[in-house]
Design a binder for this molecule. Structure first.
Ligand code: AKB
Length: 310
C-alpha cells in the first residue's frame, strides 16, 4: 500500500486505523473520508474528504483525485441499527461496496472490505466455526456481509480486482465508540465501570461471542493488505479471533481491577436474538496459515489496557 483512501474514517475502526496508517505510511499518503467533517485528530492530521459512498461518482472522483492504490472501505451500518433501518442498511452497505468495487475495477485499485461474525447464522456450527461452512445469516447486516463477501470474490475472479477481507469479531477500543452494533456492550462496560462502577448489560450474562482488541484488528488489516496476493487462499473473508467471552466473564475480569464494580442485566430482545444467531467462537486457522495472523491481547491483557487508557 502506498496511497490509501479510508472510507468511514470517523467510526470506531476508521479513527484508530487512520492514525496508525498515517504513522506508518506518512500522513499525506492516507486520505481519510466520511460523510461529515468535524474538527478532530482524524480530520486535522492529514488529508480529509467529505465523502458519501452512496454516490458512485463521488467515490470515483475522490480515488482519482488522490491517485490512491488502495481503498479501505469501512463506511457502513452495523447490525442493530440495520435491523431498525433495513432498507437504508442495504442502500448504504451494498451500494457503498459496489461503488468502491466499480471504482477499483476502473482505476486498478486494491480493496479491503470488512466482513463480520454476523456473516454467519443460526444454522452455522457454533463452536470453532470453520472458514468455509453454512452461512445463511438471519439479519439484514449479516445478509449484507455475505453478499459483500461474494461480490468481492466476484470482482476478483471476473475482473482481477485485488479484494481482501476479514470477518471481524466484536471490536473493543477506547479511541472512538462503536454505534449501532450488537457487540457494543463490550465497549460500554469499560466506560461505565470507570464512570459509574456499575453496568446494565443489554445481552444476557452467558451470551458467548468472539471479541478482539483494536490493536490486533488494526495489525490484522495491515498484515493482510501487505501479504503477497498468491498466498491468499480465502480472500473474502478470513475468520479472525482473539477471545471468546460472555458479559459475565468480562464483568468478572473488570472486578479484579475495580472490586466495587457491579453488573445487572436488562435484555434487549432484538440485540439478544441477533447475538444468539452468531457463532460462539471462530476457527481462524486459515488466517494463521496463509498470512501469519496471531492476536496479542486476551481478555486479561485487554481489560488492563482499556482501564488504564479510558
Ligand atoms: C456489530 O455488533 O454489529 C459489529 C459486528 C460484530 O460486526 N460489531
Amino acid at each position: 500500500m502506498e496511497k490509501i483512501l479510508v472510507t468511514g474514517s470517523l467510526g470506531q475502526v476508521g479513527s484508530a486505523l487512520v492514525m496508525k496508517l498515517r504513522r506508518e505510511y506518512g500522513a499525506e499518503n492516507v486520505i481519510a473520508s466520511d460523510i461529515y467533517q468535524p474538527g478532530n485528530e482524524v480530520t486535522e492530521s492529514g488529508p480529509f474528504e467529505v465523502l458519501d459512498v452512496t454516490f458512485e461518482h463521488k467515490v470515483y472522483e475522490t480515488a482519482k483525485k488522490h491517485q490512491v492504490d488502495t481503498i479501505i472501505h469501512l463506511a457502513g451500518m452495523l447490525s442493530a441499527m440495520a435491523e431498525i433501518k433495513p432498507l437504508m442498511a442495504w442502500h448504504l452497505n451494498m451500494g457503498g461496496l459496489l461503488h468502491v468495487l466499480e471504482t477499483a475495477r476502473e482505476l486498478g485499485i486494491k480493496v479491503f472490505a470488512p466482513s463480520s461474525i454476523a456473516a454467519f447464522g443460526p444454522h452455522t456450527p457454533k463452536e470453532k466455526t470453520p472458514q468455509l461452512t453454512v452461512q445463511r445469516p438471519a439479519t439484514m447486516y449479516g445478509i449484507n456481509k455475505v453478499t459483500g463477501e461474494l461480490l468481492c470474490d466476484y470482482y476478483f475472479y471476473k475482473y482481477g480486482v485485488d479484494t481482501r477481507g476479514l470477518r471481524f469479531p466484536g471490536l473493543v477500543s477506547y479511541e472512538a465508540p462503536p454505534g449501532g452494533g450488537t457487540t457494543d456492550y463490550a465497549v460500554e462496560i469499560y466506560y461505565e465501570a470507570i464512570w459509574k462502577k456499575s453496568y446494565t448489560c443489554f445481552l444476557g450474562p452467558r451470551t458467548r461471542l468472539d471479541m478482539m482488541y483494536m490493536p490486533d484488528a488494526l495489525n490484522a488489516v495491515i498484515q493482510l493488505m501487505e501479504e503477497d496476493s498468491e498466498k491468499l487462499t480465502c480472500r473474502n473473508a478470513y475468520n479472525i479471533s482473539a477471545m471468546s467471552v460472555t458479559p459475565e466473564e468480562m464483568g468478572q475480569e473488570i472486578k479484579k481491577h475495580i472490586p466495587s464494580f457491579v453488573m445487572d442485566y436488562k435484555i434487549d430482545t432484538v440485540r439478544q436474538s441477533i447475538a444468539d444467531s452468531w457463532p460462539n467462537s471462530l476457527d481462524d486457522s486459515a488466517a494463521r496459515m496463509d498470512w501469519g495472523f496471531s492476536a496479542e491481547f486476551d481478555l486479561e491483557k485487554m481489560t488492563k489496557d482499556m482501564l488504564e487508557n479510558i
